[in-house]
Design a protein around this ligand. Structure first.
Ligand SMILES: Cc1ncc(COP(=O)(O)O)c(C=O)c1O
Length: 392
């Protein structure tokens, strides 16, 4: 059978593939320390679970509007107004099954074949995948270790062409944990607001911050109409399997995105949506406790990695990933990913899963218990000792 040519343009997220390989090894009796998958290991807070169960009992088991239930759009608009300091009307909110559809739909709605989209490299692999699938050209914005994996307006300016249609920002950043600073946002906003460029601001890790405060570029003058904020419940409330996210965008784009939703999945699950207002506006103690625990783990994994000869690890400001430099092991990152799992029993991702600039790095997710992190570090150290050809 022949399949459509466009499928060759669609990328993937290798975290799911490494997870499947790790599970296969576990089925054969091996133990694996899971540092590959990007999801909190905590349970969804009880009041959120109760709200969804109540919604099922109340009959929220039918189709709803494609852009989301009106009361849920309203609650999200109020939350964004309060949290980001950004006036948002409910018709600017689209509720989606996870944050991912916001990304793919925004690209499908804004990017024509041949248009260029500036994407962080390393960066979340679905950005490049969505752009290519839409017929666009991803243009790499390099994030470098010697600049704390940050960049400024001048780096973006150097990449602009008449075909540039969109800029994708992600702060806090997957896979490096870096964050843009307020003045970076000022300068980037000043650069793009004079041009016909959308900014997709992926703020899915906005509440998982250890240093500084998250701000949205949408708050800068002239930016609200051209910015699409992607956020959701997966990471902040440990709700990855619920599939609940949202986009904030201008009302015209919101209509386009809702029409894409009508075509693809009709609406986000109604009773799942009903858990959103309480999650956003109720007590945030469990979120704070989760972030405090992530901070403890971050400190442990950064310290542990830096103690291993040949490994160097920057301290991330947000999200729950570290992106250590492993070039001292003298192996390609993809080889390390494979051998570390096979020989070392540690599941991690090659830096190249996040783009070509990820060569020389691996990504560990520290969304795992401190005991498992310590065991992962022990195993990685033994692996590094076997393979290192450089000593510091
Ligand atoms: C940077 C980034 N954006 C978006 C997402 C999508 O999350 P979800 O679709 O679960 O809301 C993820 C998940 O890993 C992510 O890391």
């Amino acid at each position: 059978m022949r399949y459509a040519d466009r499928m060759s343009q669609l990328g993937t997220e290798t975290a799911f593939e490494v997870l499947a390989k790790a599970r296969a090894l576990e089925a054969k009796g091996r133990t694996v320390v899971h540092l590959e998958i990007g999801e909190p290991d905590f349970d969804t807070p009880a009041p959120i679970r109760a709200a969804a169960i109540r919604a099922i009992e109340e009959g929220f088991t039918h189709y709803g509007p494609s852009a989301g239930l009106p009361e849920v759009r309203e609650a999200i608009a109020q939350y964004i107004a309060k949290d980001r300091g950004l006036a948002v009307a409910p018709d600017q909110v689209v509720v989606t099954p996870g944050g991912k559809p916001v990304l793919t739909f925004a690209v499908l709605a804004c990017v024509n074949p041949g248009d260029e989209v500036i994407v962080p490299n390393p960066g979340f692999p679905i950005y490049e995948s969505a752009v290519r699938f839409a017929g666009g050209t991803p243009v790499s914005l390099a994030l470098r270790e010697d600049r704390a994996f940050r960049f400024g307006a001048a780096d973006i300016e150097a990449l602009l062409t008449p075909r540039t249609r969109m800029l994708i920002l992600n702060s806090p950043h997957n896979p490096t944990g870096s964050m843009l600073e307020p003045k970076d946002l000022d300068e980037i906003a000043a650069l793009v607001r004079e041009r016909e460029i959308f900014v997709l601001s992926d703020e899915i890790y906005s509440k998982i911050v250890y240093e500084g405060k998250h701000e949205s570029i949408a708050t800068r003058p002239g930016m609200a109409e051209r910015t699409i904020i992607l956020d959701g419940f997966s990471k902040t409330y440990a709700m990855t399997g619920w599939r609940l996210g949202y986009g904030i965008m201008n009302p015209t784009l919101a209509k386009h995105v809702a029409r894409l939703a009508t075509n693809v999945y009709s609406c986000a699950t109604s009773f799942v949506q009903r858990a959103a207002p309480g999650a956003l506006h109720g007590p945030q103690d469990e979120v704070r406790a989760m972030v405090a625990e992530f901070r403890r783990r971050r400190d442990a994994i950064v310290e542990g990695l830096n103690a291993i000869p040949g490994i160097r690890c920057a301290k991330p400001s947000g999200a729950f990933y570290v992106f250590p430099n492993v070039s001292g092991l003298g192996m390609k990152s993809a080889q390390i990913e494979a051998a570390l799992l096979e020989e070392g029993g540690v599941a991690a991702l090659s830096g190249t899963a996040f783009g070509s600039n990820g060569e020389g790095y691996v990504r560990f997710s520290y969304a795992n218990s401190i005991e498992n992190i310590r065991e992962g570090l022990r195993r990685f150290e033994a692996f590094a000792q076997t393979h290192a050809n450089v000593t510091r």
